[in-house]
Design a protein. Structure first.
Length: 226
């Protein structure tokens, strides 16, 4: 009998020591998680040593506390959750865990393309194309702000260059536009976009090309797409 008393006193002293030497919130969390298991283990030992009168109630009490503790735990997150926002021109996805964004173009020449597969010039071109739709433009702005943070300067700079050459670009005929893009009259919108995409990659200022030629190519595309 003395052995059980010493054992229980040692256990109680150990628990009090843990509670006193740890912050209150950690002690509470420890008791919530481990208290029921301690009751079950001690009750099992007492029952094994023929002290079931004390041990069995402790086991029942420990099981009851354990069930209650498990029922109060919030459900574990499944991970990989995504939010999807849809507008007229875009369907955007946001990964909850990583914060990564991507989207699919729903209308226009780039229909079906993933934003992650487009370069900055193509995305800015798409932005101009859908700018009349406030919801779609706002979604695309979020994507540009995250992955191309200097895009607003690019757009402002391009607008300035276009205004600087307004007299010549506004006077551009469709025949001149076809020549600039290397197309035959009557080319489809898809062919116009493909030609623009091929040319813009080689002349953009960011790649060491010419700002003037970039503006010319953009103007030719705008003339033929209007």
């Amino acid at each position: 009998m003395a052995f059980y008393i010493i054992f229980l006193l040692s256990l109680l002293i150990g628990l009090f020591w843990l509670i006193l030497t740890n912050p209150a919130h950690k002690s509470a969390a420890f008791l919530t998680r481990s208290g029921p298991l301690i009751l079950i283990i001690v009750g099992g030992l007492l029952t094994f040593f023929r002290r079931g009168v004390i041990g069995v109630p402790m086991i029942v009490l420990g099981v009851s506390f354990l069930r209650r503790s498990l029922s109060m735990r919030p459900p574990a997150s499944s991970g990989g959750q995504k939010s999807t926002v849809r507008s007229t021109s875009l369907e955007m996805e946001l990964d909850h865990d990583t914060g990564e964004m991507d989207g699919t173009v729903l209308t226009g020449l780039m229909k079906g393309a993933r934003l992650s597969s487009l370069n900055e010039d193509e995305i800015i071109s798409l932005y101009r194309e859908i700018s009349s739709d406030a919801d779609s433009a706002a979604l695309l702005e979020s994507f540009l702000d995250r992955y191309h943070p200097d895009w607003r300067e690019r757009v402002d700079s391009d607008s300035f260059r276009e205004q600087d050459g307004t007299s010549s670009f506004n006077a551009m005929t469709k025949q001149e536009a076809y020549k600039i893009l290397g197309l035959e009259p009557g080319a489809s919108q898809q062919e116009i976009h493909q030609a623009w995409r091929r040319l813009i990659k080689g002349v953009h200022p960011d790649g060491g090309g010419s700002a003037f030629l970039t503006a010319k190519i953009n103007a030719a595309r705008d003339v033929l797409m209007s």
